[in-house]
Design a protein around this ligand. Structure first.
Ligand code: CA
Length: 270
């Protein structure tokens, strides 16, 4: 999905040479029509498109198909745009101008990650964290009757951490394994993803207990976080799924226990 014809034709040629079958769209409207007309394994999406821009196209594609990987092409270089692109549902981005080889590597990497995620999800499609149920197969987090949708990349980050429960995972490792990009860039991107995941799954995202930061090392995932002492608790709130999320307190390393009133989960359960 790209409106610059010479670039678009060139990319189609390169991708076909690698053995992919390709369909092109030159504007946002056409892109959405094309997307609705058949199934795709991966979308390459220009940000600046006529009629409907790439952010909007990505959001609408996500609404219909939560798991198809989207590679966003952007002429912009600000981190804010990249993060917005990733938030609206793009899985990866490439800043123009880029080498064709780079695009092919990204496409390959994204398809490989998609395959990794699929097999990992088949092995364990869901997990319970405190009072949240995380459905990796549906890309959803259910908590207190509320359903939050994860982007594929958010789900991959969370899956990677959850599969390594109790172990320190470094930002570098996340960048290399989940993003497959050189680790000397974009640690802020990892932090932005972790911040959004915390909002979905932490009882108090200001005091993370499920995904804890380990100073100058990385993150540790804990499925059964210790509840802060003296936490006022609403009876029955978010506990539809039985007692499995509750666990005996575990020893927590190097963490100051600062009892504080827990905020209720944002958004009103209905
Ligand atoms: Ca364009």
């Amino acid at each position: 999905m790209e409106d610059e014809e010479s670039l678009s034709i060139g990319l189609e040629y390169n991708l076909r040479e690698e053995g992919y079958s390709v369909a092109r769209a030159a504007d946002g409207r056409r892109a959405l029509e094309l997307f609705a007309s058949r199934d795709f394994d991966l979308i390459v999406l220009d940000l600046m498109l006529p009629y409907v821009d790439g952010f909007e196209v990505a959001a609408r594609i996500r609404g219909r198909s939560p798991r198809v990987p989207i590679l966003m092409l952007t002429a912009r270089t600000s981190a804010a745009d990249r993060i917005r692109g990733l938030e609206t549902g793009a899985d990866d981005y490439l800043t123009k101008p880029f080498h064709r080889k780079e695009l092919l590597l990204r496409v390959e990497g994204m398809l490989r990650r998609k395959a990794w995620y699929q097999s990992s999800v088949e092995a364990s499609p869901a997990t319970r964290v405190g009072r949240c149920e995380i459905r990796f197969d549906e890309l959803t987090v259910r908590s207190a009757g509320r359903v939050t949708r994860m982007t594929p990349r958010e789900a991959m980050v969370l899956k990677y951490l959850a599969d390594r429960e109790g172990k320190v995972v470094t930002r570098r490792e996340l960048l290399e394994k989940v993003w497959q990009v050189p680790s000397d860039v974009e640690t802020r991107t990892v932090d932005a993803f972790i911040a959004r995941l915390r909002k979905m799954i932490e009882p108090d995202s200001g005091r993370p207990a499920v995904i804890r930061s380990i100073r100058s090392a990385g993150y540790v995932f804990t499925a059964s976080p210790e509840e802060p002492a003296g936490t006022p608790r609403k009876p029955g709130a978010g506990r539809s799924g039985g007692p499995s999320g509750k666990a005996a307190p575990r020893p927590t390393r190097a963490k100051k226990a600062r009892p504080a009133p827990k905020r209720t989960v944002r958004g009103k359960p209905r």
